[in-house]
Design a protein around this ligand. Structure first.
Ligand SMILES: Nc1nc2c(ncn2[C@@H]2O[C@H](COP(=O)(O)OP(=O)(O)OP(=O)(O)O)[C@@H](O)[C@H]2O)c(=O)[nH]1
Ligand SMILES: [Mg+2]
Length: 479
């Protein structure tokens, strides 16, 4: 990311397109000066003298353009009528002086106002630059900055609850607490090294070993929460698979409660992978409906089957759909024997029709290899909706820990966090080994420093330009 924190930046902060209002955001040392160049308050007051964080009615004028017309005294051109708010440092999102201009929400008018601000000396902000400034100015730490993005992208109440907890500092507090306890341990070890001749013991090796062990347990627990954290932040891919005509598209439609996919009695109706995002018991799910898997000479259907296989590889959970009104076929058995390393749920459809599947046979095929645990079996009718509630419950239970409640306590939501936690854990395991082997304190100290730095990367207490660039690049312009 180029530019310095001293620049004054501007960007349209609302999404592209037509809307009731659109907001231009200006931030930096010269924000009020830049805005004064285009804002004329209806009250006649100067923008420099208005109350912070209050709304003022104003006209937006492009005075710079008027001055540019060969010395002729043109009246400034009115660009729009707006509400303007000044937020003086440090009480703003970026902790700098910020002016927000609330214009009418049209792409052209907003672009014109933005260009007028740029002519007055502001530079167009880069993606995430406002939030990056909030971080650099100490308003947010890195985990909180990431939570801003997660809030914007939240798909379900659970995703939002986790993002809000993180934005309020739940994760940061937990990381800081663990990090501080390690810093205290390090201080003891370093003191012991410095005063080695004095024969004073600053911390007993047993106490140190116990402290390290407890910290490692806490770090592992946090790292494990990444499974749930990522599911809520990114959503989870669930694929409906099965031979042709078992009712895969009907199940997609039933779960979505719309007529999204074509359903016909002709086997081989679906030729492509259909994808929809939906909320299943609070879990954001990307649900895939696939082409029925069977041997075929039709090149279009062959391509569909190939895509189904890719979808199966991609999915975290497979719903293996069977037609309960027909005997099991070799294709059914073949599918049940695949992907045994994945989470799988056997769903028997068409329970509104007389059942033709032998329960004993089904139980046997739901456990294809002796070593594998049996797949759970759920009975449904996509036609009547029977069993769908139980299916939704089962899907949630297969994806989340039973006691997991989003928004209650610190959760890790990114692989970046998890990698840092694992690095810290590994270093602490090394420290514990050297304590146990009664090696010189230098060894444990070295490992502790690695762990402390790794944890610091999560909150940004330790950060590099590279890490920051990677994180803020994900944001949109204006955030
Ligand atoms: N009676 C009954 N019929 C169903 C049920 N679910 C689906 N069907 C019927 O089964 C036929 C096939 O349904 P689809 O949803 O198109 O099946 P599919 O698995 O997507 O089929 P392909 O796309 O060809 O692989 C249609 O005639 C549906 O109306 C059900 O629960 N009960
Ligand atoms: Mg289909």
């Amino acid at each position: 990311m180029s530019g310095t924190v001293q620049d004054t930046i501007c960007a349209i902060a609302t999404p592209v397109g037509e809307g009731g209002i659109g907001i231009l955001r200006i931030s930096g040392e010269k924000a009020i000066e830049v805005a004064s160049g285009l804002v004329r308050l209806r009250s006649g007051r100067s923008l420099t003298s208005v109350k912070s964080r209050s709304l003022y009615h104003a006209d937006i004028l492009d005075t710079a353009a008027a001055e540019g017309t060969a010395g002729r005294a043109h009246a400034s051109r009115a660009l729009d009528e707006a509400l303007v708010v000044v937020m003086r440092a440090p009480h703003s999102y970026t902790a700098e002086d910020v002016v927000e201009i609330q214009c009418h929400g049209g792409p052209f008018v907003l672009q014109t106002v933005c260009e007028a601000a740029m002519r007055r000396g502001a530079r167009l902000a880069e993606p995430g630059e406002f939030t990056k400034r909030a971080f650099l100015n100490g308003r947010l730490d890195l985990a909180q900055a990431e939570a801003v993005l997660d809030t914007i992208r939240a798909k379900t109440a659970g995703s939002l609850a986790i993002a809000q907890e993180q934005l309020r500092g739940a994760l940061s507090k937990e990381i800081d607490r663990i990090r501080e306890s390690l810093i205290r341990m390090l201080a003891h070890i370093e003191a012991a090294i410095d005063f080695t001749e004095e024969d004073i013991t600053f911390i007993q090796p047993e106490e140190l070993a116990a402290g390290l062990q407890q910290t490692m347990t806490e770090i592992s627990r946090l790292a494990e929460s990444c499974r749930e954290g990522r599911i809520f932040r990114e959503g989870v891919t669930v694929a409906i698979v099965g031979r042709p005509n078992v009712g895969k598209s009907s199940l997609l439609n039933a779960l979505l409660q719309t007529d999204r996919a074509i359903v016909t009695p002709v086997p081989g109706t679906t030729r492509d992978v259909l994808e929809e995002v939906l909320n299943i018991r609070g879990v954001p799910v990307r649900l895939l409906d696939t082409a029925g898997v069977r041997p075929t000479d039709d090149p279009v259907e062959q391509e569909g089957v190939r895509r189904s296989r890719i979808a199966m590889d991609e999915a975290e959970l497979l719903l293996i759909l069977l037609d309960g009104s027909a005997r099991l076929t070799d294709e059914d058995r073949g599918l049940l024997a695949q992907h045994q390393n994945k989470k799988r749920l056997v769903v028997v459809n068409k329970t509104d029709l007389p059942c033709q599947i032998e329960p004993a046979e089904l139980a046997a095929v739901a456990r294809p290899a002796q070593s594998e645990p049996a797949c759970a079996i759920v009975w449904i009718s996509a036609k009547t909706g029977d069993g769908l509630d139980a299916l939704r419950d089962r899907i949630r239970r297969m994806l989340l820990r039973a006691d997991f409640e989003p928004g209650e306590g610190a959760v890790v939501t990114r692989l970046r966090h998890r990698a840092a936690l694992l690095k810290a854990h590994e270093a602490l395991a090394g420290a514990a080994d050297s304590v146990q082997a009664k090696l010189s304190g230098e060894f444990a100290a070295m490992d502790l420093r690695v762990a402390i730095d790794a944890l610091g990367e999560i909150t940004g207490a330790v950060s590099t330009d590279d890490i920051l660039d990677r994180i803020f690049r994900e944001f949109c312009i204006g955030k």
